[in-house]
Design a protein around this ligand. Structure first.
Ligand code: 5AD
Ligand code: SF4
Length: 481
């Protein structure tokens, strides 16, 4: 373990409560893997006797789970840490820890830069958090950012078996971690390490346990989730290791009683084979939605990005998915302003968004990341041009999303309720099988809430969501005559 000695006696000699009575809060940035990592850290801390605080003001331990995908996300950490000096000084015994991708990247240098920071844990070192916390209590600061290449890194309690899920219907399940693709713009291969797939029986056991606890929807997680098992399959070792092609894993999970919805994120276009496409037409619980990052619509830029497919191949996959599952909704990630991107390249991206019929997309301005090959490429796109392209892309997408939502009006759908909508006032919000947000007005006294499934008529569309009306008259806000 890499650790550094304490710089000063920790908390001015004050009496420190035992670790077990402490209350923790976790601030999470970034993707679903980070959200899920924070859930795992929370469970580890609860297993060590700590309890979740009502908010940060009320916490003794604050963990920041960081993202470094773009420089803005990384700077967020430095700004947060600056402000946390005052938070820490407010109450003796307070502890601050940093994990996630920036922690992995910057490592123990963070301790040197911020003397009020107590511990740093890397993306493979979640299990070390309780021990580091105990050390912090003794005034020892530490950073632990070693790569863990074995299956051990999946050996984390998702949730204590006896802990009630409450009114929750969905959960994340890690199936693989790391990325070996090295797209030229992306920092993930250096923050998440090499690809490793989790043994299938462990995944099945976790999904079955979740189903028994009342979970009806699982989202399978991995940096390139559909690359699951590929290295073992290629080496002829899948049976020995206990992995298999991704489509087979999906079929096994589809057969688990109680699981009504299966999603996966994020796949890479390179790993769509016939079996995976067929799975979308055959598996009863696989949702009619795929989030399939394309990044650019220009073959020249795709090559410079090292994405290893062409726009034509992307269309082939999208068309095949639609042939297998005609109502499938396809969403994507897009980057504008990659080095050397011309107006014509950008127009190819606009053309792809239309031709692929993207229902929605996340779009970003390219942000150079340290250690990536694109960071040294010539042809920087001026900031105002990148901004203009982002706005044009987003306005086209908004129109396409609205047009898609309008095609859904008049249909009946099943919404799994997540909670209150943004509007509040008793309006509920959830997701349909296509992963669209559906807001539903219900009668004030209606016995429905988070975790429930609601059959609704889709009655109106906006660019951001659909409006649903419960089919059951008893749940409608104004009873029918
Ligand atoms: N700059 C801008 N966007 C990026 N992404 C990844 N790396 C960068 C970068 N350097 C985007 C990609 C990816 C999503 C998670 O973040 O679109 O799919
Ligand atoms: Fe990053 Fe490319 Fe790996 Fe996705 S596939 S995590 S964009 S390197």
């Amino acid at each position: 373990m890499r650790s550094v000695p304490p710089l000063t006696a920790p908390f001015g000699g004050c009496e420190i409560d035992s670790v077990a009575s402490k209350r923790f809060a976790i601030r999470t940035y970034g993707c679903q893997m980070n959200v899920h990592d924070s859930e795992k850290v929370a469970t580890l801390l609860e297993d060590s006797g700590l309890s979740a605080a009502d908010g940060e003001g009320d916490a003794d331990v604050l963990v920041i789970n960081t993202c470094s995908i773009r420089d803005k996300a990384e700077h967020q950490l430095y700004s947060d840490l600056g402000k946390l000096r005052a938070w820490k000084a407010e109450k003796p015994g307070r502890v601050v820890g940093v994990g996630g991708c920036v922690a992995q990247q910057v490592g123990d240098k963070l301790l040197g830069r911020f003397d009020h920071l107590d511990f740093v844990y890397g993306t493979h070192n979640l299990r070390k958090v309780p021990a580091m916390l105990e050390q912090a209590d003794r005034g020892q600061r530490a950073a632990w950012v070693d790569e863990e290449a074995s299956q051990d890194r999946f050996d984390l309690p998702m949730r204590r078996p006896d802990a009630p899920v409450g009114r929750r219907h969905k959960a994340f399940v890690t199936v693989m971690e790391g990325c070996d693709m090295f797209c030229s713009f992306c920092i993930v291969p250096s923050t998440r390490g090499r690809e490793i797939s989790r043994v299938a029986v462990e995944i099945e056991a976790e999904v079955a346990a979740l189903a028994e606890q009342g979970i009806r929807e699982v989202t399978l997680l991995g940096q390139t989730v559909n690359a699951y098992g590929r290295h073992d399959v290629r080496r002829g070792k899948a049976a020995t290791v206990g992995t298999m092609p991704f489509a087979e894993l999906l079929a096994r999970l589809d057969a688990i009683p109680g699981i009504e919805r299966i999603r996966y994120t994020s796949p890479h276009p390179l790993f769509y084979d016939d079996a995976l496409i067929r799975a979308h037409g055959e598996l009863a619980h696989l949702c009619p939605h795929v989030h399939l990052p394309v990044q650019s619509g220009s073959n020249r830029i795709l090559e410079a990005m090292r994405r290893r497919y062409t726009r034509e191949r992307y269309f082939e996959i999208v068309d095949a998915l639609r042939a297998a599952r005609p109502d499938i909704a396809i969403t994507s990630d897009l980057i504008v302003g990659f080095p050397g991107e011309s107006e014509a390249d950008f127009e190819d991206t606009l053309g792809l968004v239309e031709r692929a019929g993207l229902v929605d997309s996340f779009s970003f301005k390219y942000s150079p990341r340290p250690g990536t090959t694109a960071a040294d490429m010539a042809g920087e796109v001026p900031a105002e041009i990148a901004q203009d392209r982002l706005e044009r892309l987003q306005s086209q997408q908004k129109a396409q999303t609205l047009a898609y939502h309008e095609t859904r009006v008049g249909q009946t759908s099943l919404v799994f309720v997540d909670g209150e909508s943004r509007k509040g006032q008793g309006q509920l919000s959830g997701r349909d099988p296509h992963h669209r947000v559906v807001n539903v007005d219900v009668a004030p006294e209606a016995p429905v809430g988070p975790g429930d499934a609601l059959v609704v008529d889709l009655v109106a569309a906006t660019p951001h969501s659909l409006l649903g009306r419960p089919v059951d008259p008893a749940l409608q806000p104004v009873p029918r005559d």
